[in-house]
Design a protein around this ligand. Structure first.
Ligand SMILES: [Zn+2]
Length: 284
């Protein structure tokens, strides 16, 4: 008997960036300039597109402007295969380190480039490393003014770098401006023993047993009747990426579970329904 797919459609997303854009990688290799590393993003994105095509699933690709500029054909291919192209900022700079005008310039530049490449409106945004914290809530106003319809930059968990454990767990309007509103679509969590369990991807997906993730998503879909937002990075499917010297804590967080990632992801796509964020939110 094959797995019975539940009715709730979840959102599947990919943060399109290089392995060397990851904050853990950057911190761990401090002192080695970025240009010393070779680009591997096209190959990794190709692997993801093939996997999605095989399972007939569409996803949202939050593309970094800097990466889109260097790989325009790849961005066009993502759009051509029916996926949603959304914005991951221009240069992977943490929002908490930008002034509001700098942030506006960053998202405007990236949005325009992505729209030029795909010929489609870009309405979704995800901050590098979930760096819109409570002190950066001005960023939501900027996003709304710049024409974005939803943001997906909150992970409602306890985390040393980016968690907001008290934040709302499901899609909701976070800003209104007359008739326009900006929806926040937080990364998926399951409520368990009074805590929010991270089941929405990232290092946790590689670290936790698949059974835990499966249990969590089922619980959210069936009991709460809500979708989860799931995310991954192209470099998480690239066990052959360079491994420069870095402290063991950084090494562990960046490289754990890379070899089993593709199999785990395949299991996830077999068991649950997924589509683009735009689809799940009903944004046209
Ligand atoms: Zn990123």
């Amino acid at each position: 008997m094959g797995p019975v797919k539940p009715t709730v459609v979840n959102a599947l997303s990919v943060d399109v960036e290089e392995y060397y854009h990851a904050v853990v990688f950057r911190e761990g290799t401090r002192g080695i300039p970025g240009h010393a590393f070779l680009s591997r993003v096209e190959e990794s994105v190709g692997r993801i597109l093939a996997l999605f095509a095989k399972r007939n699933v569409r996803a949202t690709f939050f593309v970094l402007g800097e990466v889109a500029g260097g790989h325009p054909a790849m961005v066009r291919k993502i759009a051509r295969e029916g996926h949603e192209v959304a914005c991951h900022g221009d240069r992977h700079e943490l929002v908490c380190r930008l002034t509001p005008p700098e942030f506006r310039a960053d998202v405007r530049r990236a949005k325009r480039l992505l729209e030029d490449l795909t010929g489609q409106p870009v309405v979704g945004y995800r901050a590098p490393n979930y760096s819109i914290g409570r002190r950066e809530s001005w960023a939501y106003d900027v996003l709304l003014e710049e024409g974005f319809r939803y943001d997906s930059s909150v992970y409602p968990i306890l985390h040393d770098r980016y968690g907001q454990p008290g934040a709302a767990r499901f899609p909701h309007a976070i800003r209104r401006n007359g008739r326009e509103h900006l929806i926040e679509f937080p990364i998926g969590t399951a409520r368990f023993l009074g805590l929010n369990l991270p089941i929405g991807g990232g290092g946790y997906f590689r670290l936790l047993p698949f059974a835990v993730i499966r249990y969590g998503i089922r619980r959210v879909n069936a009991r709460e009747g809500q979708p989860i937002m799931f995310y991954l990075h192209p470099w998480e499917l690239d066990p052959g990426q360079p491994r420069p010297p870095m402290p063991w804590r950084h090494r562990f967080r960046h490289y754990v579970g890379l070899r089993t990632m593709e199999a785990k992801l395949t299991s996830l796509l077999r068991r649950f329904r997924f589509s683009t964020a735009q689809d799940v939110l009903g944004i046209r």
